[in-house]
Design a protein around this ligand. Structure first.
Ligand code: ADP
Ligand code: X15
Length: 395
């Protein structure tokens, strides 16, 4: 697969780089810039090569049209600070502003295009619609570098279709991520434990299907847990729930038992009446959640049980916070799992924008983990052995 060095002399060339700059924001304040920092080495390499660098990225999940809440403007500013040079910001992705901004770049300068998901073509399931948008995006550049590891599992215009239209290469971040994750797919040292949580439940439940044949222990927390608890017949109140996945979860529970996989579910839950930092927390048994409250973290007893299940693991992959760690009162479960990973002596890999942010925000030293991946869904799909469109298209 082509790397940047295989693209030839890039001086004066317009290089479109797909980065994953999907960072958590509080209003317009970036609360964790990990993904921006992870994207800098590739951009800097292109700057040093004298390229005119055009970065494209998404933020959140806007509905295919401009939405101020999801503007990349604060990200352009932070990227500029990290690069030590101004980053020109185009207020659209493929329109007038993008054309003018790209045309105004000198060799070694960088532009960031507005949120690529402000365009319906980016995420369209219709190949022609996606292709038409990719044509316009590709028209802004001479070559393409795919460096957004967190999105390589998405068959989207800026990830997939654009690579079919321009000479393309894999960026250093994607290459490095794949290098580490490959170790987890080839004979992981056992016991191999996988911890799953977070809020993208429908996206990520499916990975369990495959993990049941690979992992020795499967620990489930975060928003994912309530579909399991409900499948066991328990009340889950107003918690996150994938009502159409109950049978799937029942099947996972049965198959885990048959396969001898230790499926660890929380025995206590921190509930609150509302999704708010100051909503009063109560710890309740997992099989006795009140109907009018929502589960926002695994409880302290579960935190201890999860830590015990990780203590002697030789390989651990963790994606998805155990609770709403952004609110102090609901960060205990995530802290307990992070601490268990730090205390263990196996290979530990943390994947996902929010999981990585959680580790840093809760004050853990990044160096204490084997690898912190910028992609949650992407790394899960890689571990599942699923084809990753954004990688396959490069070969
Ligand atoms: N019980 C819960 N209810 C609602 N949201 C939750 C719960 N547990 C965790 N979360 C949320 O999940 C989000 C992260 O989910 P996700 O995007 O799947 O993880 P990652 O970015 O690490 O892949 C966090 O913002 C966190 O607040
Ligand atoms: O945040 C991301 O993924 P992750 O939460 O699985 O780590 C990526 O930016 C992909 O975003 P998406 O899941 O909206 O396509």
């Amino acid at each position: 697969m082509k790397q940047i060095d295989d693209l030839g002399d890039l001086r004066g060339k317009r290089v479109l780089v797909r980065s994953d700059l999907n960072v958590p924001l509080d209003g317009s304040t970036i609360t964790d810039d990990g993904r921006i920092r992870a994207s800098v080495p590739t951009i800097q390499k292109l700057v040093d090569a004298g390229a005119r660098v055009v970065v494209t990225a998404h933020l959140g999940r806007p509905k295919g049209e401009p939405d101020d809440k999801y503007t990349l403007a604060p990200v352009a500013k932070r990227l500029g600070e990290l690069l030590g040079q101004d980053v020109a910001f185009a207020t659209d992705t493929v329109g007038e502003s993008a054309s003018t901004t790209v045309a105004g770049l000198a060799d070694g300068q960088v532009a960031l295009l507005e949120n690529v998901r402000f365009n319906a073509g980016e995420t369209s399931k219709d190949d022609a619609e996606r292709g038409a948008f990719a044509d316009r995006l590709a028209g802004l550049a001479d070559v393409f570098v795919s460096d957004g590891f967190g999105v390589v599992h998405r068959k989207q215009a800026s990830v997939y279709d654009v690579a079919e239209r321009l000479p393309s290469a894999m960026g250093g971040l994607v290459a490095a991520e794949i290098d580490v994750l490959r170790r987890l797919t080839e004979e992981p040292e056992r016991p191999y434990a996988v911890v799953l949580g977070g809020s993208k439940v429908s996206d990520k439940l499916g990975v369990i299907d495959n993990l049941l044949g690979k992992a020795d222990r499967l620990l489930i927390g975060g928003g994912m847990v309530f579909t399991f608890l409900k499948a066991q017949g328990h009340e889950v109140g107003t918690s996150l729930l994938e009502a159409d996945q109950l049978d799937t979860c029942r099947d996972y529970i049965r198959r885990a038992e048959e396969a001898g996989v230790d499926l660890v579910l929380p025995t206590d839950i921190v509930v609150a009446p509302e999704f708010r930092a100051d909503s009063p927390p109560t710890v309740v048994p997992a099989d006795a959640m009140p109907a009018d409250q929502m589960g926002l973290d695994i409880g302290p007893e579960s935190g201890k049980a999860f830590a015990a299940a990780l203590a002697d693991a030789k390989t651990v992959f963790w994606n998805g916070p155990m609770g709403v760690f952004e609110f102090d009162a609901f960060s205990g479960g995530t802290r307990a799992v992070a601490q268990a990973l730090v205390d263990g002596d196996g290979l530990t890999v943390v994947g996902g924008g929010d999981s990585a942010a959680a580790v840093r925000q809760l004050g853990f030293d990044e160096g204490a983990f084997g690898h912190i991946s910028t992609g949650g869904g992407a790394s899960l799909e890689y571990l599942e052995g699923k084809p990753l469109p954004g990688i396959d298209v490069l070969s």
